[in-house]
Design a protein around this ligand. Sequence first.
Ligand code: GUN
Ligand code: ZN
Length: 431
Amino acid sequence: MTQQHILSGDLLMFAGDPFHAPPKETVLIETDGAVLIENGQIGASGARSALLAAYPQARHHAHPGKLICPGFIDAHVHYPQTAMIASWGKRLIDWLNTYTFPEEMRFDDPAYAAEISARYLDLSAAHGTTTMASYCTVHSASVDAFFGEALKRGQRVVAGKTCMDRNAPEGLRDTAQSGYDDSKALLERWHGTGRLSYAITPRFSPTSTPEQLEAMGALWAEHPDCLMQTHLSEQVDEIAWVRELFPGARDYLDTYEQFGLLGARGLYGHAIHLEPREIDRIAEHGASLVHCPTSNTFIGSGLFDMTGLKARGLSVGLATDTGGGSSFSMLRTMAAAYEIGQLKGTALHAGQLLWLATQGSARSLHLHDKIGALDVGMEADIAVLDLASTPAIAQRYGNAQNQWDRVFPTIMMGDDRAIAEVWIGGVKQVG
Ligand code: GUN
Ligand code: ZN
């Protein structure tokens, strides 16, 4: 038996979807609680005194007044964009051509891919993120590097080779056939190894020919247990370009749908400017949308309709979209989701924001039987939040009137200084 650990503090627990029932009934803060970590999982949870009495041999990590959360789950990132995050002044297509594609070219070098994989996983862990779904680059080496680094850390990650066979520079393009072959080889090498899973990853319709999209659809049909991740309706100019490139398609989603790239395990990043037909089809298939709020404001994409889309019953995950997003922090991302909610006329509750960054993202990745909650049997991926991590937050915490009032300033103003400890697979990695 491995060393048992008890983490005590206030526990963030879920009893339902806070967009379908009142947040105060579905997202609960259990004060003076504790979780037992054993064999990489949560072995027990409950009142602090009861757990300490039941497991006297466990090592106790006391976090009085801190919030013990499931590790944050970032449902859409581009780890290869780590070194060019916060690049100035461009909108989506110019931003890709000016900053993103030149940086992604560097990942044909396995040593550079390994260096950035480690840097990205260090940075995201320091911000409390324990799982992410990442795009890699067109190079197989970029996938091997990322999965290899995550495997060393015992981390649950989803990733895939970004496929592009047009409208990208020489050196970043594959072909319909090589994209299929390389993706298949990577999938067979990594999917299900340790805590790793493969996502079939056509970047977006503008950078894939119909032949490539068809090949991606065929690969997904052969491996229906894999996720498929792509981008959808992020900017108005992009949508106009898709219309030109696919004159026969009913809308943007149809450029995926007609090639078998719409399904329950599909993840559609951004999804801001959706047509009613697209929303209907996504709902019918039970596919997931991924909201990337800091990216949407940074690149100037638009305002995601969280309330309307959740009311339609859609599955929505939350993500940084590093490096189109301007932060590695899911706290900053929750803050941006709140701000976009305000601009759309709805103030999202702190419980809704924390649910999106953990359970909502876990559901979108179909991993909610393993991560995204602190229930017994879940994998022990945990972030401990200091709710008074800076003088500005501490003074606001000090005059808070209730539990949620104590949490919300950290959501709005917190950063990596608020991350007191991070546990990944039952091993302390930060703090
Ligand atoms: N659309 C296609 N590729 C990308 C990307 O790398 N970032 C963002 N934000 N949107 C995209
Ligand atoms: Zn993206």
